[in-house]
Design a protein. Structure first.
Length: 192
């Protein structure tokens, strides 16, 4: 069996940390909890991320970058429905690969994770939280004065993709990535 590279180990840690931060928040996620989730010792984890704040910032950066990548592809389409479908395809792929990251995005977007913001001393990380929300709003064409139904559909799509990916990953239900994307597309743009 080939050894993981440092980048692969960091990716594994960030993916697990995203899930832990999403489920328990910054305050109640310990480095030991993350280490246990990836099967490393706390000392081993500290070789990759010096502090919990560093790890949280890595999760934020990964989430923001992933959303910006999805948004850039979606924005290549002129029609809103085509943008929605491209965004859903990108988010579905992300969720299948890293369900914890999409869970983190969902919890951040729906609550702005204010408790976590207050725990961080680094203003750059606070900006990343805003970037996550702005990326979702831009990708799906949301504004502060958008239709409530549209806003709720976007949140529902994020929730459906996230939770379904977690179920598929655990083998608890039959289904595929394409099934998940098709259902999400019906939520965001229901057949008329």
């Amino acid at each position: 069996m080939a050894r993981l590279t440092m980048t692969e180990i960091d990716d594994e840690i960030v993916a697990a940390a995203a899930s832990e931060f999403a489920r328990h928040g910054f305050k109640y996620t310990s480095l030991q909890r993350v280490a246990d989730a990836v099967g490393y010792s706390k000392t081993g984890l500290l070789h990759h991320f010096r502090t919990k704040e560093d790890l949280y910032q890595a999760v934020m950066h990964r989430a923001t970058q992933s959303l910006q990548d999805v948004g850039a592809i979606a924005q290549q389409h002129d029609a809103q429905i085509a943008r929605d479908q491209a965004a859903i395809d990108g988010l579905t792929d992300l969720a299948v690969q890293h369900p914890g990251l999409v869970l983190f995005v969902l919890t951040t977007f729906t609550s702005l994770d204010l408790a976590s913001m207050r725990q961080l001393s680094n203003p750059e990380a606070q900006g990343e939280i805003t970037s996550i929300s702005e990326s979702i709003m831009t990708t799906f064409g949301l504004s502060e004065d958008c239709d409530n139904q549209r806003f709720l559909r976007v949140i529902s799509v994020l929730g459906a993709i996230c939770m379904s990916a977690l179920v598929l990953q655990g083998g608890a239900a039959p289904g595929t990535r394409d099934d998940l994307a098709a259902i999400a597309k019906e939520i965001i743009d229901p057949p008329r």
